[in-house]
Design a protein around this ligand. Structure first.
Ligand code: NI
Length: 150
């Protein structure tokens, strides 16, 4: 088995907010991350594929292809976007990195032609990162909350 990792980065804005909680509770729970208009991060993601290299090519997966798969399925959808408003797969979902890594996994898991998706790691800041290996967990989709101003 070999583990091949491709790294990429994107910039996005988000706001942590639970539509079922009131303003004070959200502010207490998410603090600065609850800022009404959102705030930005420069995210770094690492996508790791595992499997056995093809003896004829010496490759598990062509990294140019992996780069393209990440661009098409993730970066093109989130880079320079507001995750709460611009990204379909985040609709109604709290934009934490826990949920992000789960959603990115769903975006990629069926798109890997050789080997299989082994791990996604996301750095939200220099000090905060998350790793995910695909074990299912519950991600809650909140009802459309079209209360323009809460
Ligand atoms: Ni944040």
């Amino acid at each position: 088995m070999v583990y091949v990792t491709r790294k990429a980065s994107f910039s996005a804005a988000h706001r942590l907010n639970n539509p079922e909680l009131n303003e004070n509770a959200n502010s207490e729970l998410y603090d600065k991350c609850n800022n009404f208009w959102g705030h930005g991060h420069n995210y770094t993601i690492e996508v790791t594929i595992c499997g056995k290299p093809n003896p004829d090519t010496g490759y598990l997966i062509d990294l140019k292809l992996l780069k393209k798969i990440i661009e098409e399925n993730i970066l093109s959808k989130v880079d320079h976007k507001h995750l709460n408003y611009d990204v379909n797969f985040f609709k109604g979902i709290i934009t934490s990195i826990e949920n992000m890594v789960y959603l990115f996994w769903q975006q990629l898991v069926d798109k890997i032609p050789n080997g299989k998706l082994y791990k996604i790691k996301i750095w939200e800041t220099e000090n905060n990162a998350i790793e995910y290996f695909g074990e299912p967990f519950e991600v809650k989709i909140f009802e459309e909350k079209e209360k323009a101003n809460e």
